[in-house]
Design a binder for this molecule. Sequence first.
Ligand SMILES: Cc1cc2nc3c(=O)[nH]c(=O)nc-3n(C[C@H](O)[C@H](O)[C@H](O)COP(=O)(O)OP(=O)(O)OC[C@H]3O[C@@H](n4cnc5c(N)ncnc54)[C@H](O)[C@@H]3O)c2cc1C
Ligand code: FES
Length: 280
Amino acid sequence: MINPYLPYPVRIDQIITETEDRNLKTFKFVFLNPEDEPRFAYHPGQFAELSIAGKGEIPIGIASSPTEQGFIKFTVNKVGLVSSYLHNMNEGEIMGVRGPLGNWYPLEEMAGKNIVIVAGGFAFTTLRSTIIYLLEPKNRARFQDITVVYGARSPGMLLYKDELAAWEARDDIKMHITVDGTDDPDWKYNVGFVPAITEKKAPSAGDAYALVCGPPIMIKFTQPVLEKLGFPPERIIMSLENRMKCGIGMCGRCSVGPEFVCKDGPVFTLAKLNSLPKEY
Ligand SMILES: Cc1cc2nc3c(=O)[nH]c(=O)nc-3n(C[C@H](O)[C@H](O)[C@H](O)COP(=O)(O)OP(=O)(O)OC[C@H]3O[C@@H](n4cnc5c(N)ncnc54)[C@H](O)[C@@H]3O)c2cc1C
Ligand code: FES
């Protein structure tokens, strides 16, 4: 049996600075032992503990998709001790990845339905994984319309800019990119907060699921918009980011009522969250 506390050794293959403030970087890792890659079989929505010897571990959503082979990717915001240390590491250095952890977006249940993705800021990571998965030719036909509302503070703060441009150019995914504000005269997408753009674009709730990730303030104002559009709480799906330690349901650090966010989540329906104390 594999020890769940033991990270897989990985090499930092590539580091991409995503945002103009340089606080968000994407780390592409390659498994040092190729036989570990199939052991790390994951689904969109799961997370892993990024582990740096002598520094600690941090839970980070998996930004790559299981349909991408040969590497795994994580996008990390520089906020404190471990994330800052990671930001100062270089390509070629060795560290650990423990996981995959937690549950995932219910993509099997969502097959045959319309999908609306609403995201703000750097919480877009596991939804990037989801979009790549959905657009994979062998998967795309299994789902109906895909609509994405994704916003950041300014154009320079958007993640995955090349991919956003590529998705914009496709006709099998409807993109609504927005920024809170910009003085860029060449900006050709929306200006406005994510909840307002969601309301304006009004994606149909008919036979649809909404996946929502973002900062608490965005979630707070997006929830009533989706409910007004007719999405039932069972079909509004969110991902939580509570503080964690073990990541495997052993320490109780991440509990919300009787649920452990690391094991029973991080993905919950709004219907489930409505039944829990507001400890998230
Ligand atoms: C399931 C899950 C998925 C996540 N996915 C991502 C991701 O894809 N990209 C990403 O950048 N971050 C993500 N996070 C948040 C990330 O885990 C924290 O930012 C990280 O643990 C901070 O560690 P640190 O040592 O750098 O900061 P610390 O030194 O521990 O803390 C620095 C500051 O950050 C705050 N902080 C630390 N952890 C959290 C947290 N979980 N939520 C809110 N505030 C926190 C602290 O209160 C403190 O103010 C995720 C968290 C969870 C639980
Ligand atoms: S982090 Fe230990 S129980 Fe969730």
